[in-house]
Design a protein around this ligand. Structure first.
Ligand SMILES: Cc1cc2nc3c(=O)[nH]c(=O)nc-3n(C[C@H](O)[C@H](O)[C@H](O)COP(=O)(O)O)c2cc1C
Length: 362
Protein backbone atom coordinates (compact mmCIF):
# COMPACT_ATOMS: atom_id res chain seq x y z
CA UNK A 1 0.00 0.00 0.00
CA UNK A 2 1.50 3.40 -0.93
CA UNK A 3 1.39 6.48 1.28
CA UNK A 4 -1.53 8.17 -0.43
CA UNK A 5 -3.66 4.98 -0.22
CA UNK A 6 -2.73 4.73 3.44
CA UNK A 7 -3.76 8.37 4.02
CA UNK A 8 -7.02 7.89 2.11
CA UNK A 9 -7.75 4.96 4.42
CA UNK A 10 -6.99 6.97 7.56
CA UNK A 11 -8.84 10.09 6.44
CA UNK A 12 -11.94 9.04 4.57
CA UNK A 13 -13.65 12.39 5.15
CA UNK A 14 -12.65 15.76 6.52
CA UNK A 15 -14.30 14.69 9.78
CA UNK A 16 -11.37 12.29 10.18
CA UNK A 17 -8.91 15.09 9.39
CA UNK A 18 -10.39 17.32 12.10
CA UNK A 19 -10.37 14.55 14.70
CA UNK A 20 -6.66 13.93 14.00
CA UNK A 21 -5.91 17.68 13.99
CA UNK A 22 -7.54 18.11 17.40
CA UNK A 23 -5.52 15.20 18.79
CA UNK A 24 -2.26 16.66 17.45
CA UNK A 25 -2.83 20.30 18.46
CA UNK A 26 -2.21 21.75 21.90
CA UNK A 27 -5.04 23.83 23.33
CA UNK A 28 -3.27 27.15 22.58
CA UNK A 29 -2.73 26.24 18.91
CA UNK A 30 -6.28 24.93 18.60
CA UNK A 31 -7.67 28.18 20.03
CA UNK A 32 -5.39 30.31 17.83
CA UNK A 33 -6.60 28.59 14.66
CA UNK A 34 -10.24 27.92 15.49
CA UNK A 35 -11.14 31.07 17.41
CA UNK A 36 -12.46 34.42 16.20
CA UNK A 37 -13.26 37.90 17.55
CA UNK A 38 -15.41 38.64 20.61
CA UNK A 39 -18.80 36.92 20.40
CA UNK A 40 -17.62 35.00 17.29
CA UNK A 41 -20.83 36.08 15.55
CA UNK A 42 -18.95 36.90 12.32
CA UNK A 43 -17.41 33.43 12.34
CA UNK A 44 -20.75 31.74 12.90
CA UNK A 45 -22.49 33.94 10.32
CA UNK A 46 -20.03 32.72 7.70
CA UNK A 47 -21.37 29.23 8.29
CA UNK A 48 -24.95 30.31 8.83
CA UNK A 49 -24.99 32.12 5.48
CA UNK A 50 -23.64 29.05 3.68
CA UNK A 51 -26.10 26.80 5.50
CA UNK A 52 -28.95 29.13 4.48
CA UNK A 53 -28.62 28.32 0.78
CA UNK A 54 -30.32 25.34 -0.82
CA UNK A 55 -29.62 23.91 -4.27
CA UNK A 56 -32.02 23.67 -7.22
CA UNK A 57 -30.57 20.70 -9.10
CA UNK A 58 -31.25 19.95 -12.76
CA UNK A 59 -31.59 16.36 -13.93
CA UNK A 60 -31.48 14.23 -17.07
CA UNK A 61 -28.23 15.68 -18.32
CA UNK A 62 -25.14 13.72 -19.30
CA UNK A 63 -22.72 14.20 -16.42
CA UNK A 64 -20.45 11.25 -17.21
CA UNK A 65 -17.45 13.61 -17.49
CA UNK A 66 -17.20 16.18 -14.71
CA UNK A 67 -14.29 18.64 -14.86
CA UNK A 68 -13.49 20.56 -11.66
CA UNK A 69 -10.56 22.53 -13.08
CA UNK A 70 -10.61 26.27 -13.75
CA UNK A 71 -8.31 28.89 -15.18
CA UNK A 72 -7.62 31.87 -12.96
CA UNK A 73 -5.69 34.78 -14.51
CA UNK A 74 -3.93 32.35 -16.84
CA UNK A 75 -3.17 29.75 -14.16
CA UNK A 76 -4.75 26.34 -14.50
CA UNK A 77 -6.05 25.08 -11.15
CA UNK A 78 -7.34 21.57 -10.39
CA UNK A 79 -10.11 23.13 -8.31
CA UNK A 80 -11.49 26.69 -7.97
CA UNK A 81 -9.75 26.75 -4.59
CA UNK A 82 -6.92 28.81 -3.13
CA UNK A 83 -5.14 28.08 0.12
CA UNK A 84 -5.80 31.29 2.10
CA UNK A 85 -2.86 33.18 3.65
CA UNK A 86 -2.15 31.99 7.18
CA UNK A 87 0.52 33.23 9.54
CA UNK A 88 1.84 31.00 12.30
CA UNK A 89 1.73 27.77 10.27
CA UNK A 90 5.09 26.70 11.69
CA UNK A 91 3.37 26.39 15.06
CA UNK A 92 1.35 23.59 13.51
CA UNK A 93 4.02 21.94 11.35
CA UNK A 94 7.77 22.68 11.52
CA UNK A 95 7.87 23.12 7.71
CA UNK A 96 5.18 25.83 7.94
CA UNK A 97 4.55 27.61 4.65
CA UNK A 98 6.76 25.18 2.73
CA UNK A 99 4.53 22.25 3.74
CA UNK A 100 1.48 24.10 2.42
CA UNK A 101 3.39 25.02 -0.72
CA UNK A 102 4.25 21.36 -1.32
CA UNK A 103 0.60 20.38 -0.98
CA UNK A 104 -0.49 23.15 -3.37
CA UNK A 105 2.08 22.05 -5.94
CA UNK A 106 1.18 18.38 -5.66
CA UNK A 107 -2.52 19.06 -5.97
CA UNK A 108 -2.40 21.89 -8.51
CA UNK A 109 -3.87 24.88 -6.67
CA UNK A 110 -2.47 28.31 -5.85
CA UNK A 111 -1.39 29.02 -2.27
CA UNK A 112 -1.06 32.37 -0.57
CA UNK A 113 2.10 33.10 1.39
CA UNK A 114 1.54 35.48 4.31
CA UNK A 115 3.78 38.41 5.28
CA UNK A 116 4.24 36.56 8.56
CA UNK A 117 5.43 33.44 6.76
CA UNK A 118 8.00 31.11 8.21
CA UNK A 119 10.24 30.21 6.40
CA UNK A 120 10.62 33.62 4.81
CA UNK A 121 9.15 34.69 1.49
CA UNK A 122 12.31 33.96 -0.51
CA UNK A 123 12.75 30.43 0.85
CA UNK A 124 9.06 29.64 0.32
CA UNK A 125 9.16 31.05 -3.24
CA UNK A 126 12.24 28.98 -4.07
CA UNK A 127 10.64 25.80 -2.75
CA UNK A 128 8.69 25.11 -5.95
CA UNK A 129 8.08 26.62 -9.39
CA UNK A 130 4.27 26.54 -9.31
CA UNK A 131 2.37 29.87 -9.15
CA UNK A 132 1.74 31.36 -5.73
CA UNK A 133 0.37 34.59 -4.34
CA UNK A 134 1.98 36.82 -1.72
CA UNK A 135 -0.17 38.54 0.93
CA UNK A 136 0.95 41.88 2.34
CA UNK A 137 0.46 43.29 5.83
CA UNK A 138 1.88 46.81 6.01
CA UNK A 139 4.43 46.82 8.81
CA UNK A 140 6.60 49.79 8.03
CA UNK A 141 6.77 53.14 6.23
CA UNK A 142 6.48 53.73 2.47
CA UNK A 143 10.09 52.75 1.88
CA UNK A 144 9.60 49.53 3.85
CA UNK A 145 6.58 48.74 1.70
CA UNK A 146 8.34 49.51 -1.60
CA UNK A 147 11.26 47.31 -0.57
CA UNK A 148 8.91 44.48 0.36
CA UNK A 149 7.08 44.68 -2.98
CA UNK A 150 10.41 44.65 -4.85
CA UNK A 151 11.51 41.59 -2.88
CA UNK A 152 8.19 39.85 -3.64
CA UNK A 153 8.55 40.64 -7.37
CA UNK A 154 12.13 39.42 -7.44
CA UNK A 155 11.13 36.20 -5.68
CA UNK A 156 8.73 35.52 -8.58
CA UNK A 157 5.28 35.57 -6.97
CA UNK A 158 2.50 35.45 -9.59
CA UNK A 159 -0.05 37.56 -7.70
CA UNK A 160 0.00 39.94 -4.73
CA UNK A 161 -2.74 40.67 -2.19
CA UNK A 162 -3.02 43.52 0.30
CA UNK A 163 -5.06 42.60 3.39
CA UNK A 164 -7.28 45.56 4.24
CA UNK A 165 -9.36 44.34 7.17
CA UNK A 166 -6.69 44.61 9.85
CA UNK A 167 -6.40 48.31 10.70
CA UNK A 168 -6.75 47.15 14.31
CA UNK A 169 -6.15 43.63 15.57
CA UNK A 170 -9.47 41.93 16.33
CA UNK A 171 -10.21 41.15 19.95
CA UNK A 172 -9.81 37.39 20.00
CA UNK A 173 -10.94 36.26 23.39
CA UNK A 174 -9.88 32.62 23.05
CA UNK A 175 -6.22 33.69 22.92
CA UNK A 176 -4.13 33.26 26.04
CA UNK A 177 -2.11 36.20 27.52
CA UNK A 178 1.09 35.44 25.62
CA UNK A 179 -0.83 35.19 22.35
CA UNK A 180 -2.65 38.43 23.18
CA UNK A 181 0.71 40.14 23.69
CA UNK A 182 1.26 39.76 19.94
CA UNK A 183 -1.39 42.41 19.44
CA UNK A 184 0.85 45.05 20.91
CA UNK A 185 3.71 44.63 18.47
CA UNK A 186 4.70 48.18 17.47
CA UNK A 187 4.98 47.59 13.72
CA UNK A 188 1.28 46.68 13.60
CA UNK A 189 0.44 50.39 13.97
CA UNK A 190 1.38 50.99 10.31
CA UNK A 191 -1.73 49.05 9.32
CA UNK A 192 -3.87 51.86 10.73
CA UNK A 193 -2.64 54.26 8.05
CA UNK A 194 -3.30 52.06 5.04
CA UNK A 195 -5.56 53.86 2.52
CA UNK A 196 -6.31 53.91 -1.21
CA UNK A 197 -3.03 55.84 -1.59
CA UNK A 198 -1.22 52.75 -0.31
CA UNK A 199 -3.07 50.68 -2.89
CA UNK A 200 -1.90 53.02 -5.66
CA UNK A 201 1.67 52.91 -4.40
CA UNK A 202 1.75 49.11 -4.43
CA UNK A 203 0.17 48.98 -7.90
CA UNK A 204 2.81 51.39 -9.27
CA UNK A 205 5.55 49.27 -7.78
CA UNK A 206 4.04 45.98 -9.00
CA UNK A 207 4.02 47.21 -12.57
CA UNK A 208 1.39 44.80 -13.88
CA UNK A 209 1.60 41.81 -11.54
CA UNK A 210 -2.07 41.00 -10.72
CA UNK A 211 -3.08 42.73 -7.51
CA UNK A 212 -5.85 41.82 -5.07
CA UNK A 213 -7.50 43.51 -2.12
CA UNK A 214 -8.29 40.95 0.59
CA UNK A 215 -10.96 41.86 3.08
CA UNK A 216 -13.53 43.64 0.89
CA UNK A 217 -17.00 43.33 2.42
CA UNK A 218 -19.22 45.85 0.61
CA UNK A 219 -20.27 46.71 -2.92
CA UNK A 220 -19.06 50.29 -2.32
CA UNK A 221 -15.47 49.24 -1.66
CA UNK A 222 -15.57 46.67 -4.46
CA UNK A 223 -16.56 49.47 -6.85
CA UNK A 224 -13.68 51.65 -5.65
CA UNK A 225 -11.29 48.71 -6.08
CA UNK A 226 -12.41 48.22 -9.67
CA UNK A 227 -12.13 51.96 -10.38
CA UNK A 228 -8.58 51.79 -9.13
CA UNK A 229 -7.78 48.90 -11.50
CA UNK A 230 -7.46 46.14 -8.90
CA UNK A 231 -7.52 42.79 -10.71
CA UNK A 232 -9.02 40.65 -7.91
CA UNK A 233 -11.57 41.53 -5.24
CA UNK A 234 -11.07 39.05 -2.40
CA UNK A 235 -14.16 38.98 -0.17
CA UNK A 236 -13.23 38.12 3.39
CA UNK A 237 -14.01 38.96 7.00
CA UNK A 238 -10.75 37.29 8.03
CA UNK A 239 -12.58 34.18 9.16
CA UNK A 240 -14.52 36.29 11.70
CA UNK A 241 -11.27 37.21 13.45
CA UNK A 242 -11.53 40.98 12.95
CA UNK A 243 -14.75 43.03 13.22
CA UNK A 244 -17.46 41.14 15.08
CA UNK A 245 -21.10 41.26 13.90
CA UNK A 246 -20.44 41.56 10.16
CA UNK A 247 -22.41 39.60 7.60
CA UNK A 248 -21.56 36.08 6.56
CA UNK A 249 -19.31 36.52 3.54
CA UNK A 250 -21.51 34.70 1.04
CA UNK A 251 -24.35 37.11 1.93
CA UNK A 252 -22.23 39.97 0.57
CA UNK A 253 -21.31 38.13 -2.63
CA UNK A 254 -24.31 39.22 -4.77
CA UNK A 255 -23.82 42.97 -4.07
CA UNK A 256 -20.09 42.66 -4.74
CA UNK A 257 -20.62 40.71 -7.97
CA UNK A 258 -22.99 43.48 -9.10
CA UNK A 259 -20.52 46.22 -8.15
CA UNK A 260 -17.60 44.51 -9.88
CA UNK A 261 -19.63 44.00 -13.05
CA UNK A 262 -17.17 41.47 -14.50
CA UNK A 263 -14.27 43.94 -14.38
CA UNK A 264 -12.28 41.95 -11.80
CA UNK A 265 -12.02 38.37 -10.59
CA UNK A 266 -13.67 37.51 -7.27
CA UNK A 267 -12.31 35.24 -4.53
CA UNK A 268 -14.29 34.59 -1.37
CA UNK A 269 -13.45 32.87 1.91
CA UNK A 270 -15.00 32.30 5.33
CA UNK A 271 -16.35 28.99 6.56
CA UNK A 272 -15.84 27.07 3.30
CA UNK A 273 -15.33 23.48 4.41
CA UNK A 274 -17.41 21.43 1.96
CA UNK A 275 -17.52 20.89 -1.78
CA UNK A 276 -21.12 22.09 -1.71
CA UNK A 277 -20.01 25.37 -0.02
CA UNK A 278 -17.59 26.01 -2.86
CA UNK A 279 -20.25 25.30 -5.50
CA UNK A 280 -22.67 27.72 -3.81
CA UNK A 281 -20.11 30.52 -4.20
CA UNK A 282 -19.58 29.61 -7.85
CA UNK A 283 -23.37 29.74 -8.41
CA UNK A 284 -23.47 33.27 -7.00
CA UNK A 285 -20.63 34.55 -9.17
CA UNK A 286 -17.33 33.93 -7.36
CA UNK A 287 -14.41 32.80 -9.50
CA UNK A 288 -12.72 30.90 -6.66
CA UNK A 289 -12.94 30.17 -2.96
CA UNK A 290 -10.13 30.20 -0.42
CA UNK A 291 -9.85 27.91 2.57
CA UNK A 292 -8.27 28.90 5.86
CA UNK A 293 -8.91 26.78 8.94
CA UNK A 294 -9.52 23.56 7.01
CA UNK A 295 -6.04 23.99 5.52
CA UNK A 296 -4.57 24.35 9.01
CA UNK A 297 -6.45 21.31 10.27
CA UNK A 298 -5.12 19.26 7.33
CA UNK A 299 -1.62 20.45 8.18
CA UNK A 300 -2.06 19.51 11.82
CA UNK A 301 -3.47 16.09 10.90
CA UNK A 302 -0.64 14.98 8.58
CA UNK A 303 1.58 17.84 7.36
CA UNK A 304 1.71 18.54 3.60
CA UNK A 305 0.05 15.20 2.85
CA UNK A 306 -2.81 16.15 5.17
CA UNK A 307 -3.41 19.41 3.25
CA UNK A 308 -3.33 17.50 -0.05
CA UNK A 309 -5.81 14.98 1.38
CA UNK A 310 -8.16 17.81 2.41
CA UNK A 311 -8.08 19.03 -1.21
CA UNK A 312 -8.64 15.51 -2.55
CA UNK A 313 -11.72 15.12 -0.35
CA UNK A 314 -13.05 18.52 -1.44
CA UNK A 315 -12.50 17.53 -5.08
CA UNK A 316 -14.44 14.34 -4.65
CA UNK A 317 -17.28 16.21 -2.90
CA UNK A 318 -17.31 18.79 -5.71
CA UNK A 319 -17.38 16.12 -8.43
CA UNK A 320 -20.28 14.26 -6.87
CA UNK A 321 -22.26 17.44 -6.20
CA UNK A 322 -21.65 18.82 -9.70
CA UNK A 323 -22.94 15.57 -11.17
CA UNK A 324 -26.00 15.74 -8.94
CA UNK A 325 -26.60 19.38 -9.86
CA UNK A 326 -26.52 18.42 -13.55
CA UNK A 327 -23.39 20.32 -14.59
CA UNK A 328 -20.13 19.06 -16.03
CA UNK A 329 -18.16 22.28 -15.52
CA UNK A 330 -18.45 25.03 -12.90
CA UNK A 331 -18.87 27.62 -15.68
CA UNK A 332 -22.37 26.23 -16.16
CA UNK A 333 -23.44 27.22 -12.65
CA UNK A 334 -25.43 30.40 -12.04
CA UNK A 335 -27.81 31.87 -9.48
CA UNK A 336 -30.65 29.65 -10.74
CA UNK A 337 -28.98 26.71 -9.02
CA UNK A 338 -29.46 28.15 -5.51
CA UNK A 339 -32.33 29.49 -3.46
CA UNK A 340 -32.71 30.49 0.20
CA UNK A 341 -33.08 27.50 2.54
CA UNK A 342 -33.43 27.11 6.28
CA UNK A 343 -30.29 25.95 8.13
CA UNK A 344 -30.87 22.70 9.96
CA UNK A 345 -28.40 23.18 12.78
CA UNK A 346 -26.92 25.85 15.01
CA UNK A 347 -24.05 27.58 13.14
CA UNK A 348 -20.55 26.87 14.43
CA UNK A 349 -17.11 26.61 12.84
CA UNK A 350 -17.68 22.85 12.88
CA UNK A 351 -21.29 22.86 11.72
CA UNK A 352 -20.35 21.30 8.38
CA UNK A 353 -19.17 18.26 10.36
CA UNK A 354 -22.25 16.99 12.22
CA UNK A 355 -20.65 13.69 13.23
CA UNK A 356 -18.00 15.28 15.46
CA UNK A 357 -18.50 14.97 19.21
CA UNK A 358 -18.47 18.77 19.45
CA UNK A 359 -17.64 18.98 23.17
CA UNK A 360 -14.24 17.46 22.35
CA UNK A 361 -13.49 20.36 20.03
CA UNK A 362 -13.57 23.29 22.40
C1 LIG B 1 -4.66 30.79 12.04
C2 LIG B 1 -5.00 31.84 11.03
C3 LIG B 1 -4.01 32.68 10.55
C4 LIG B 1 -4.31 33.64 9.58
N1 LIG B 1 -3.31 34.44 9.10
C5 LIG B 1 -3.60 35.32 8.10
C6 LIG B 1 -2.56 36.11 7.52
O1 LIG B 1 -1.38 35.99 7.88
N2 LIG B 1 -2.92 36.97 6.55
C7 LIG B 1 -4.20 37.14 6.11
O2 LIG B 1 -4.48 37.94 5.22
N3 LIG B 1 -5.20 36.39 6.64
C8 LIG B 1 -4.92 35.49 7.60
N4 LIG B 1 -5.93 34.71 8.11
C9 LIG B 1 -7.28 34.79 7.52
C10 LIG B 1 -7.40 33.77 6.38
O3 LIG B 1 -6.60 34.16 5.29
C11 LIG B 1 -8.84 33.64 5.86
O4 LIG B 1 -9.33 34.91 5.52
C12 LIG B 1 -9.80 32.97 6.85
O5 LIG B 1 -9.15 32.00 7.64
C13 LIG B 1 -10.92 32.31 6.05
O6 LIG B 1 -11.86 31.73 6.86
P1 LIG B 1 -11.90 30.15 7.23
O7 LIG B 1 -10.78 29.94 8.20
O8 LIG B 1 -13.24 30.01 7.84
O9 LIG B 1 -11.71 29.35 5.96
C14 LIG B 1 -5.64 33.76 9.10
C15 LIG B 1 -6.63 32.90 9.57
C16 LIG B 1 -6.34 31.95 10.54
C17 LIG B 1 -7.44 31.03 10.99
Amino acid sequence: MNDSQDLAGRFRTNHDIIVAARQNMKQAEWDYVSGAAETETSLRRNRQALDSLAFRPRVLRDVSAVDTSVEFLGHKMALPVFLAPMGGLQRIDPDGAVAVDNAAEEFGVVNFVSTVTDPDLDVTAANSPHPKAFQIYVRGDDQWLRDLVRQVKKAGYSMVALTVDLAYYGNRERLNPSQMALRDVAHRTWQKRVTWDTVKMIQDELDGIPFMLKGIQTGEDAMLAVEQGVEVVYISNHGGRQLDYVQGNIETLPEIVAAVGGKAKIIIDGGFTRGTDILKAMCLGADAVAIGRLQAWGLAAAGAAGVARVLEILKSEIEISMGLLGVSHVDQLDANYVTPGKPVRFPHEMSAFPHLPIDRFE
